[in-house]
Design a binder for this molecule. Sequence first.
Ligand code: URA
Ligand code: SF4
Length: 209
Amino acid sequence: MGEAPGTGSAADFLPPQITLPSLREAAAGCRGCHLFEVGTQTVFGEGAADAEVMLVGEQPGDQEDRAGRPFVGPAGRVLDDALDAAGIDRSATYVTNAVKHFKWQARGKRRIHQKPNAAEMTACRPWLEAELAAVGPRVLVLLGATAAQTLLGRQFRVTKARGRLLESELAEHVTATVHPSSILRGEPAEREANFAAFVDDLKVVAELL
Ligand code: URA
Ligand code: SF4
């Protein structure tokens, strides 16, 4: 069986009104790229419609795909702990992903995360742009290379620019840091230091609130 290609852009599915409820409903039927057949469901962003802070990850993982909610699995627990440590209340933020379907490959019974490619990132970007327009956060926090490169360009390097305030029209304050999954994937001996560095980057955000 061939892969259904999708239309090439989520823009084909945008609703006439850019409000979070109408976006969420429209995104549930998105076929902007072939991933609509790979993931179980569209995992749209969630959080406060008037959030001061928007956090953007890469794409839903295995547990997010099942739950239909962003950052509820292992990476979400790291994010929760880091936000806590930085003094940021997650319930006052809006949390979403650059790509809204889970891309995976079977390895035995497990579904292994696959990084979204440039075409998938481009196809899905209209949802993220619409969320930005609807929420209008004062502070935009890009978690990892996929989120940062989707919005800031492919030459952007998180390792060089993390924890700094960036010049951008996307929001009053824009910053990038590592993805919480990188802490889980990294050397166990370095986990504590990597977590502390992630918290330090988020403290830059906390100071703006
Ligand atoms: N990783 C992400 O980037 N987003 C999620 O929602 C979960 C894991
Ligand atoms: Fe649409 Fe994004 Fe899902 Fe592709 S990944 S089908 S563009 S919501």
